[in-house]
Ligand binder design. Structure first.
Ligand code: 13P
Length: 267
């Protein structure tokens, strides 16, 4: 068991750092990137480490991370199990390959017209085959500026989880759209406040225990330079990292700092 202090004490959620590679890396580049990360990444304890490469590289990455402490995630799925859906990837296909799946990323909502309803169907489909969803929610710039952040994330959360009783080990990633790929990260305080609100909503929708156990990540321009600010917040349990997860040393440093900071907070 790699997460010894957290499990034994049961005082704190195990932090999770996931790298969302988005539509980057060929299979060869994916292998190179994993090989460059693994020596640093594998030995870091008390943090769950998840790599989410493009679909076509899942198998190659899986082979490289076998017998390591690193886990695998997909970036999306379709909600039907099989059939005439040209180009789509089903939950059953992923269940054999990986543990996690990102669902409802703002880029999918924005460019591929995903709605609360499709996000809900995808979460149900993932849970049905035992995949752990990383559900992404977050407000756009104009919503943030209009003071609508709380309303937007509450609505997104409610529709994503509507009618779902058992969340398995679902993880929520709070990713303000204005912070994604812009170099303009939220502040630790902003992200902590919204994560706290999300946790409050989970408690209302389910119960306090489920809310207390739920891991809530921050995502949006996370780097090795700013990760400390986020993981030092009591409501933030890690990060969903885009651009910086494509640089081996940055990603390893993000995970390493998370382990150190969370370890220190426990003492
Ligand atoms: P960046 O870290 O590149 O801003 O991307 C964040 C993100 O969208 C992770 O899912």
């Amino acid at each position: 068991m790699i997460n010894d202090w957290v499990d034994k004490e049961n005082r704190m959620r195990i932090p999770l750092i996931a790298g969302n590679w988005k539509m980057n890396t060929t299979i060869g580049e994916a292998k190179q990137l994993v090989s460059a990360m693994l020596p640093g990444l594998d030995g870091i304890k008390n943090v769950d480490k998840v790599l989410c490469p493009p679909f076509v590289s899942l198998m190659a990455v899986k082979e490289l991370i076998q017998r390591t402490s690193v886990q695998l995630g997909a970036q999306d799925l379709y909600f039907e199990e099989k059939g005439a859906y040209t180009g789509e990837i089903s939950p059953l296909m992923l269940a054999d390959l990986c543990e996690f799946v990102i669902i409802g990323h703002s880029e999918r909502r924005q460019y591929f017209h995903e709605t609360g309803e499709t996000v809900n169907k995808k979460i149900r489909a993932a849970l049905k085959v035992g995949l752990k969803p990383i559900l992404c929610i977050g407000e756009r710039l104009e919503e943030n500026e209009a003071g609508k952040t709380a309303q937007v994330v509450t609505d997104q959360l409610q529709s994503a989880l509507s009618g779902i009783d058992n969340l398995n080990s679902l993880v929520i990633a709070y990713e303000p759209v204005w912070a994604i790929g812009t170099g303009r990260a939220a502040t630790g305080q902003q992200s902590n406040e919204t994560a706290g609100l999300i946790r409050h909503n989970v408690a209302q929708l389910y119960n306090r225990k489920i809310a207390d156990d739920m891991r809530i990540l921050y995502g949006g321009s996370v780097t090795a330079e700013n990760i400390a600010e986020f993981v030092a917040q009591p409501e933030i349990d890690g990060a969903l990292v885009g651009g910086a997860s494509l640089k081996a040393s940055q990603f390893v440093s993000i995970v390493q700092q998370t382990a150190e900071i969370r370890g220190r907070l426990l003492k």
